[in-house]
Design a protein around this ligand. Structure first.
Ligand SMILES: *Cc1c(COP(=O)(O)O)cnc(C)c1O
Length: 387
């Protein structure tokens, strides 16, 4: 099915006799039963819920998995994935990862005996994967594009190596969403989304999703979610579903605008680096094109000077300084001080001068004019300050 059509091809309210054209928000915690011993389709919102269920079946179809589960945030989805490990379980992680993931793993290592191995999983060859997995690894976690330098690990090669080693491959697919990449088709067992970002797309809800390739894993995750109570609330499920309906049109446009902005920034002679996987000279451009259909909406740049980067952010008018990315509104951040501030000491962090831009639905020429003005103005200010 055409993916734009797929976004609308779901039952809005299964079983509802009124056949509403939009999925209703069932703002209820409980569902009455016929008798104490007989349970209907739903009994309690923590376990299963009709509004959330519609969202989850759409997510499962987009990801191409056995089923999806919605959580209160991306971090709740990641925590749920780690809960699949037994005490003493072993995780292999790419050394650059989201700050919240690094912080959580540090604690799981200290309190639950989870063993965490970190390695470069982007520049490694398939034989390196076999060697790294040899140490009894249970779970490999990589991001579809590593944040914030947007490197692309080879998901097919990782999937093959995981199968040889009997490990599970989990892909944090936040940066691309199912619109641009379907990790299960490439070999992943679990797909995780911070739906707060591209899937929700409007900056108005925090949510997470886990999609499992097979039913057995899905059942264990569902059991844990009911036991621990971290499911997404009905209204938030509805907001996320509403945002997802326009995923395709939003990302087609945001990805195209990000490509224009990144190409023009890359032409400047006063930036040390521009990180965007859609640029032809990005180290993973060819690999990425083989496993994804779009470049993402976020661009990172290094000015070479942390003071200049901060001054530039303060001068921007069309990019509010805000964590997160993927919204229809553009934003800018300094990951070292913001999204990656929670990276534990001694772990790799982005450089202090790295600016992360998220490109929204505004006109790309207006965004470029704003960026050009802020870069031109700060080039001289900082050069003068250091003279
Ligand atoms: C934001 C983010 C998360 C965490 O998601 P929340 O919804 O903020 O809890 C996890 N992984 C990546 C790659 C992210 O960008």
């Amino acid at each position: 099915m055409n993916p734009h059509t797929l976004l609308g091809a779901f039952e809005r309210a299964p079983g509802d006799p009124h056949r509403p054209s939009s999925t209703p928000i069932h703002q209820t915690a409980t569902f009455a039963q016929e008798s104490p011993e007989s349970f209907g389709r739903y009994d309690y919102a923590r376990s299963d819920h009709p509004t959330r269920g519609v969202l989850e079946s759409l997510a499962a179809r987009l990801d191409g998995g056995a089923g999806s589960l919605a959580y209160a945030s991306g971090m709740a989805a990641i925590a749920a994935t780690f809960r699949m490990l037994d005490a003493g379980g072993r995780v292999l992680l790419h050394h650059e990862c989201y700050g919240g993931t690094a912080r959580l793993l540090e604690d799981l290592a200290a309190t639950r005996g989870i063993v965490v191995r970190r390695a470069d999983l982007v520049d490694a060859a398939e034989a390196d994967y076999d060697r790294l997995l040899d140490a009894g690894i249970d779970l490999v976690l990589v991001e579809s594009l590593t944040n914030p330098s947007w490197r692309a690990p080879d998901l097919r090669a990782l999937g093959r190596a995981c199968r040889r080693a009997g490990a599970r491959l989990a892909v944090d697919a936040t940066a691309l969403s199912p619109w641009w990449q379907r990790p299960i088709a490439l070999g992943a067992d679990l797909v995780i989304h911070s739906a707060t970002k591209l899937l929700g797309g409007h900056g108005d809800v925090t949510a997470g999703l886990v999609t499992a390739r097979d039913h057995e894993v899905l059942a264990r995750l569902a059991w844990l979610r009911n036991a621990e109570g971290c499911a997404l609330a009905p209204f938030d499920a509805w907001l996320l579903l509403r945002g997802m309906r326009t995923l395709g049109v939003r990302l087609d446009r945001q990805g195209a605008s990000a490509s224009v902005v990144a190409a023009r920034l890359a032409e400047r002679d006063d930036l040390r680096r521009v990180h965007f996987v859609g640029l032809p000279n990005h180290p993973d451009a060819i690999r990425h094109a083989r496993q994804a259909s779009g470049p993402g909406v976020a661009i990172s740049l290094e000015t070479g000077d942390a003071e200049r980067s901060a001054a530039m952010l303060r001068r921007l008018r069309r990019f509010p300084i805000a964590v997160s990315f993927g919204s229809i509104d553009s934003s800018a951040s300094l990951p070292f001080f913001m999204s990656h501030a929670s990276v534990p000491p001694g772990r790799p962090k982005p450089p202090r001068d790295l600016i992360r831009l998220s490109i929204g639905l505004e006109d790309p020429e207006d965004l470029l004019a704003d960026l050009t003005d802020a870069l031109d103005a700060t080039r001289h200010a900082v050069a003068g300050a250091h003279a």
